[in-house]
Design a protein around this ligand. Structure first.
Ligand code: PDD
Length: 286
């Protein structure tokens, strides 16, 4: 089945999908995006993802390219055309095409591009062994709550992690606290068994998986706190893990080469992963 992309009103073969060289996404990273998990042909947590897209667009004063209802229809059509049962859909909206000028263009139409990808989530090896993270300075701007396509600090960070043989890099603010991963939220479990993750301020992206895990934790009666934690606290924690639309709940067993807990995935992370998998299995039909 040929893979198609959606580009401004057309479904085009993936290899031929293009936008104009003066698209402001290309020149200024003037755009936002979402990544939504597809499980069994269903979109996981579609509504909160689209709510976050709406928020990101509003914060940057970019208009919706199509109605919210139409977006739902277009996403489903692309997923069906591409025959994706398990994977992701990538949605990107930019301010549109205009002669290069820093100021907002008048009359430009926002661009909407969508692609899908087949993907499987969480190899058994990763789940058995957990993953390594390295810590790096957080060199990003102060509006990390916007899911902007300006991802150069994250690309540099992820590359640094890969070159160090790690799966993810945790970014650290000048005060020594962990903000988040380059493409995931960061979590620890204290010696007392309390789940800790950073509160959703301008300093992190409020992950949709993060929000779902907090709900699942509350439903399971787990104790949790939304507060910043330092690298040192994380290294001494009982457990650590990351969350995102593509990693779900993935245990972290090494930070900067130091073993976390007893060096194997923790019981709380494993239980939350199981709860999350049960939740995605129950995602609303597309
Ligand atoms: N990234 N923090 C950052 C900086 C992220 O880029 C992401 C997601 C998250 C987790 O958000 P969510 O749970 O909604 O996926 C946190 C996506 C997956 C990406 O860029 O590919």
């Amino acid at each position: 089945m040929p893979r198609h992309a959606y580009v401004n009103g057309r479904y085009v073969p993936h290899g031929d999908a293009t936008v104009h060289i003066e698209d402001r996404g290309y020149q200024f990273a003037d755009g936002v995006y979402e990544v939504i998990t597809i499980v069994d042909g269903h979109l996981v947590d579609e509504e909160p993802h689209v709510d976050r897209l709406d928020r990101s667009l509003n914060e940057l004063r970019i208009a919706w390219p199509v109605s919210r209802r139409a977006l739902g229809f277009l996403m489903r059509t692309l997923i069906r055309r591409n025959g994706v049962r398990t994977g992701i859909i990538y949605i990107q909206v930019t301010r549109g095409v205009a002669p290069r000028d820093f100021r907002f263009p008048k009359g430009a139409e926002p661009s909407l591009v969508m692609t899908t990808r087949h993907m499987t989530f969480g190899s058994p090896k990763l789940m058995e062994e957990g993953v390594s993270v390295v810590t790096i300075p957080d060199i990003r701007w102060q509006r990390r709550d916007i899911k902007s396509i300006a991802l150069l600090p994250q690309a540099l960070g992820k590359q640094q992690a890969a070159e160090a043989g790690a799966f993810e890099a945790w970014m650290v603010d000048p005060d020594g606290t962990v903000t988040e991963g380059t493409s995931s939220n960061a979590w620890i479990v204290t010696g007392e068994g309390v789940l800790v993750t950073r509160p959703a301020t301008n300093l992190i992206l409020n992950g949709i998986t993060r929000l779902r895990i907090l709900k699942l934790a509350a439903a399971a009666g787990l104790r949790y706190e939304e507060r910043p934690f330092t690298v040192e606290e994380a290294c001494c924690a009982r457990e650590a893990f990351i969350s995102s639309a593509t990693t779900f709940v993935t245990p972290v067993t090494r930070i900067d080469g130091r073993s976390i807990g007893n060096g194997v995935p923790g019981s709380l992370a494993s239980a939350l992963r199981a709860d999350y998998l049960a939740f995605v299995g129950e995602a609303v039909p597309a």
